[in-house]
Design a protein around this ligand. Structure first.
Ligand code: MN
Length: 373
């Protein structure tokens, strides 16, 4: 039996350039900072996990810099000498040492699964109980440009056959102007593509109840997280008022959140992210609460590199309730693949790679090139 004990923990910070700036309501990025956490076992297996947030600490308070510090200073002493299959025990001890910091915990939790699976010579999905599917559809995020540019980008993506649904970020401008912009995009796309919007928690209840019905009228299919994460009662009121589904993202980080949202019927769809929830197992638990409540799930992204995307894909392929596709487009935004064999996007879907662990092999030359000095 190979020795599963951890003998070394390494953190590597990368800045991965993007093909075009990616905008959110209050920030934008030209490169995505990524923390890679490597776990080396005495038996010679190496596991990797990614710590990543969407364009800095605005979303959840963590950044790659805080994650590196937490992993190096507080998690590494707990990890050294432990077996990589001691996942439940290690996660309990990480939680006892550090509250919250779920993005940092994800990097470690995914690396544990990768190292454990590679030690056994099996894919990560085997450790999660096997596959419900082998690929997921991929929605494209169109950002916050004026309507004509956004429509052109969407039509080019439709022509490429790669995407048939689009998500538009909102919340960067005055609500009435923002709604007018989305309506003029929807006018061109509804009927040929699915159009969804993400408010990233920028509006309040009254603004939402005033303006969101006009988006539903225009053919928008789904509204993601209009109000702040903690305001789940307001989210429930909006969900009751709208004829189209509301998706929870900022309101959903833990299995407890999933239960509370289900009891309030605050969202018709859950956005799962391995990154925001502390890893594969917590995200799987959320998917199972959703399944029990009859709520479908969508595989969301924090703009992960191919490493974190592979982890989210492994999870999405094991959870039967992930019936609303994905937005696992992070690698498509990046100029560098980071892998020896790229993830396969084809026929509108991201396909699960074969192979042990996460099913990927890092391109170490690319990792060196992008390493922050
Ligand atoms: Mn979101």
């Amino acid at each position: 039996m190979t020795d599963l004990r951890i003998e070394r923990v390494e953190t590597v910070l990368l800045d991965v350039p993007l093909r075009r700036p990616h905008r959110f309501a209050r920030t934008e990025m030209n490169a995505q900072p990524v923390l890679l956490v490597f776990l080396y076992t005495r038996g010679g297996a190496v596991g990797v996990g990614e710590g990543v947030v969407p364009a800095g600490p605005w979303w959840g308070g963590e950044s790659v810099e805080t994650m590196a510090l937490v992993v190096e200073r507080y998690f590494t002493p707990i990890l050294l000498g432990r077996r990589v299959d001691d996942v439940a025990g290690i996660l309990r001890d990480l939680g006892d040492a550090v509250a919250a910091n779920l993005y940092a915990k994800t990097a470690v939790e995914v690396a544990l699964h990768d190292a454990w699976a590679r030690s056994l010579g099996v894919p990560v999905h085997t450790l999660l109980g096997g596959l419900a599917r082998r690929s997921v559809p991929v929605t494209w995020a169109l950002g916050t440009d004026p309507a004509p540019a956004v429509v052109d980008e969407a039509l080019a993506k439709l022509d490429s056959g790669m995407h048939t649904s689009f998500k538009l970020k909102m919340g960067a401008q005055d609500p009435a102007a923002d709604v007018a912009r989305i309506r003029s995009v929807a006018e061109k796309l509804v009927g040929v593509a699915s159009v969804r919007v993400d408010l990233n928690a920028r509006w309040d209840l009254l603004t939402s109840l005033t303006h969101l019905p006009r988006l539903a009228d225009a053919g928008v299919d789904l509204v993601e997280q209009p109000v702040p994460g903690a305001e789940v009662e307001a989210l429930a009121e909006i969900n009751r008022a709208l004829p189209i589904p509301v998706m929870a993202d900022e309101s959903l980080r833990t299995p407890g959140d999933a239960l509370r949202l289900a009891r309030l019927r605050a969202a018709d769809v859950y956005s799962l992210k391995t990154t925001k929830s502390g890893g594969l197992r917590a995200t799987r638990a959320i998917a199972e609460v959703a399944a029990a409540a009859g709520i479908p799930c969508h595989a969301g992204t924090s703009i992960e590199s191919p490493v974190g995307t592979a982890a989210s894909l492994q999870l999405a392929c094991t959870a039967p309730s992930v019936t609303w596709g994905s937005e696992l487009f992070g690698p498509l935004l990046m100029t560098e693949e980071l892998l020896t064999t790229p993830l396969r996007y084809a026929d509108g879907e991201l396909h699960l790679p074969d192979g042990p662990g996460l099913g990927i092999e890092l391109d170490l030359a690319a990792v060196r090139r992008l390493r922050r000095s």
